[in-house]
Design a protein around this ligand. Structure first.
Ligand code: 5AD
Ligand code: SF4
Length: 325
């Protein structure tokens, strides 16, 4: 495939026109790598015995959240596998304490029941990330044994109904996906109209059953990202860690084809190394050095740092419409 520079500049212009030059920074804290699921692509799958499992204590999580605030980032993202050992009440009180720091809270903790989503919302959670992974129902159930795409979509609907800002998204180049350009995924995103879209390349992990497959090419990866921006002009779109892990310039390229969010990893390094969804993750070095490199990158690109919590533009609009009703 040829590099489609026309598509890239169209996506970059759309990004500039609809979400501006600000890049929103979200401090990512990987609070537990336990997972009850067995997704074929992911290193946290329960059958993978090659990682040491951890669960961060509330005090450790709060320390990382304080660091997020010190760096001036407006949001903390609490991410984990689907960990039944995490008590919903513990998470709720953690959310309350993080909100006291003046930060927005995004959750990425997998599928729970409505009561739990409500508990966390009442505790102050602002957003919930739950990628749909693939829009093909059969492939979804093959890659996520025991899970169904329709349940995932129901969860996203429930979260929206509870007034979360929601994030959907998928992996580019997932083995078994019949479409290189991900039309079905793009159509599904257009239907969901998420506030955020997490879209990054699949990276084969040798500790999983999909270890022998290949990652998508950079051309395909960037062109799909650009299409996501054009499909969702107002959404927050991160240049993902997977993009950065695959290509040393990945973050920059992502920001140049439509991305407007970066999620620097603030998980303590000893845990980050065990949060190994795919190889190369958790090798990013110390938070302070990463922060400096990121500031340099943004300066070089002429992009400013997002101020405040960086809420969803679509969600803020919906809120304003509600208020005037
Ligand atoms: N390559 C790329 N992304 C992955 N994820 C999980 N495993 C991989 C992999 N091997 C993504 C999934 C999940 C997110 C937290 O990480 O899309 O939703
Ligand atoms: Fe668990 Fe998520 Fe990994 Fe699946 S992708 S094994 S749900 S952490």
């Amino acid at each position: 495939m040829r590099v489609n520079t026309e598509l890239f500049s169209k996506a970059n212009l759309a990004r500039q026109a609809h979400v501006g030059d600000e890049v929103h920074l979200r401090g990512l804290i990987e609070i537990s790598n336990h997972c009850r699921c067995n997704c074929l692509y992911c290193g946290l799958r329960k059958d993978n015995l090659r990682i040491r499992r951890y669960r961060m204590s509330p005090e450790e999580i709060l320390a990382a959240a304080r660091q997020t605030a010190e760096f001036g980032y407006g949001t903390v993202v609490l991410q984990a596998g689907e960990d039944p050992g995490m008590k919903p009440e513990t998470i709720a009180s953690l959310i309350e304490r993080i909100k006291d720091l003046g930060l927005a809270v995004t959750l990425s903790l997998g599928e729970w029941d409505r009561r739990t989503y409500l508990l966390w919302k009442k505790a102050g959670a602002d957003r919930y990330l739950m990628r749909h992974e693939t829009a093909h129902p059969d492939l979804y159930s093959t890659l996520k044994p025991g899970k169904r795409l329709c349940d995932r979509l129901d969860s996203l609907e429930t979260l929206r109904e509870l007034d979360y800002q929601i994030g959907a998204g998928f992996m580019i180049g997932l083995p078994g996906n019949p479409e290189i350009q991900h039309q079905a995924d793009l159509s599904l995103l257009a239907r969901i109209q998420p506030d955020m879209a997490g879209v990054g390349p699949f990276i084969p992990n040798p500790d999983t059953p999909l270890g022998a497959f290949r990652a998508p090419s950079i051309e395909v990866t960037l062109s799909v990202l650009a299409q996501v921006r054009l499909t969702l002009p107002f959404a927050h779109l991160p240049a993902t860690t997977s993009l950065e892990v695959l290509y040393s310039q990945g973050r920059r390229w992502g920001l140049e084809v439509g991305a407007n969010v970066i999620m620097p990893n603030l998980t303590p390094l000893r845990y980050q190394r065990q949060y190994r969804l795919y190889p190369g993750k958790g090798q990013t070095g110390k938070a302070a050095a990463n922060h400096r490199a990121l500031m340099e990158l943004l300066k070089g690109l002429g992009r400013s740092i997002g101020k405040g919590p960086g809420h969803s533009i679509l969600w803020e609009r919906r809120e304003n419409i509600e208020k005037t009703k």
